[in-house]
Design a binder for this molecule. Structure first.
Ligand code: AHR
Length: 320
């Protein structure tokens, strides 16, 4: 993320300018642009919304033939999928990288084959010469916003926190940890424990059960790197006879429907948004790059943040 943010220009404004472009340079006999999309997997509500957004944007109606792969959150499988896209001779490749590291070789292979790569959602640590552009969210700022809420909520009151981290080595797990830690500096919050829940509801529940067995009612605060893990943890907290949102305060990231419902119900206390609806922007970037246009290396989409009253108001019209 650091590398990419360093190269961000006027992201929002520039992104707004990415419109009305014609289908680009690649193309098969049917006139469609063949795009290989290497998705992470299907770990969360956020991911489902992101996949739907991508499939809708990369439709035949919009001039695309989408070759979709979800790698079940296995980095080697995702790299193999990208290699297979290269071998198939697709016109462009889109990747939502599961982890940040390990991409140099396959990105170089795509470059050597003359196939442009666009990143969506997550970032990676390879040189930005190896891909055309990235569109996604500022994960560090998301973590910071979650931490700012927690620091304000607890001030210098001694507060025991447990953390459910996202997929180890992923940009959102790394950056959300970093942003949060910075924001709670000088507060009374101390970390009792921090473990990965792999961005899934099931692992969030299992890891929270372990935290509860170990620390019981000493836990004051849960920071979950996404809503799904918070939702799994809520089940564990209730099963332990405690009240989520009251006995243990919860802050999480995403703002998917079920998370917003838990926020409206008072079981989560604060949610920082991570917008999954990136498909249209990614499709426009792909068309632009195939048309030979110059792109910024990074386009950041805005996020919001919500409390209980916001959730009650927004839930009926929330698209995901
Ligand atoms: O990369 C974005 C993260 O991935 C979302 O916050 C999480 O829910 C998803 O699995």
């Amino acid at each position: 993320m650091k590398k990419i943010l360093a190269t961000v220009a006027v992201a929002a404004a520039a992104l707004a300018g990415l419109s009305g472009c014609a289908a680009g340079g690649g193309g098969s006999d049917d006139g469609l642009i063949t795009v290989g999309f290497a998705q992470t997997g299907s770990e969360s509500g956020w991911r489902s919304a992101n996949t739907e957004s991508m499939k809708a944007a990369f439709s035949e109606e919009n001039g695309f033939n989408l070759v979709f792969n979800a790698a079940d959150n296995k980095p080697e499988a995702q790299i193999a999928a990208v290699r297979s896209f290269i071998n198939q001779g697709v016109d462009a490749i889109v990747i939502a990288p599961i982890v940040e590291d390990g991409w140099d070789d396959v990105l170089q292979e795509a470059k050597d084959a003359g196939i442009p790569v666009v990143l969506e959602d997550r970032t990676l640590t390879s040189s930005d010469d190896l891909y055309a552009s990235w569109v996604g969210l500022d994960f560090t700022r998301e973590g910071e916003r979650a931490g700012e809420w927690a620091a304000k909520e607890f001030g210098d009151t001694p507060t025991n926190m447990v953390v459910l981290e996202g997929t180890t080595g992923s940009a959102p797990a790394n950056d959300r940890a970093e942003g949060f830690a910075k924001a709670i500096e000088g507060s009374g919050i101390v970390t009792l424990d921090s473990q990965t829940g792999n961005f899934t509801r099931a692992d969030g529940k299992t890891v929270m059960e372990g935290f509860l067995q170990k620390y019981g009612s000493d836990i004051d605060l849960l920071y979950a790197h996404n809503d799904d893990m918070a939702l799994g943890a809520i089940e564990a907290i209730k099963a332990a006879g405690l009240q989520p949102g009251v006995d243990i305060k919860i802050v999480s990231i995403d703002a998917v429907h079920d998370g917003m419902q838990a926020l409206a119900d008072g079981e989560i206390n604060h949610i920082v948004e991570c917008n999954p609806l990136l498909g249209d922007q990614v499709a426009e970037l792909v068309k632009k790059v195939l048309a030979g246009d110059t792109l910024e290396k990074a386009y950041i989409v805005d996020d919001g943040e919500f409390d209980q009253a916001d959730a009650i108001e927004l839930l009926p019209t929330r698209p995901y």
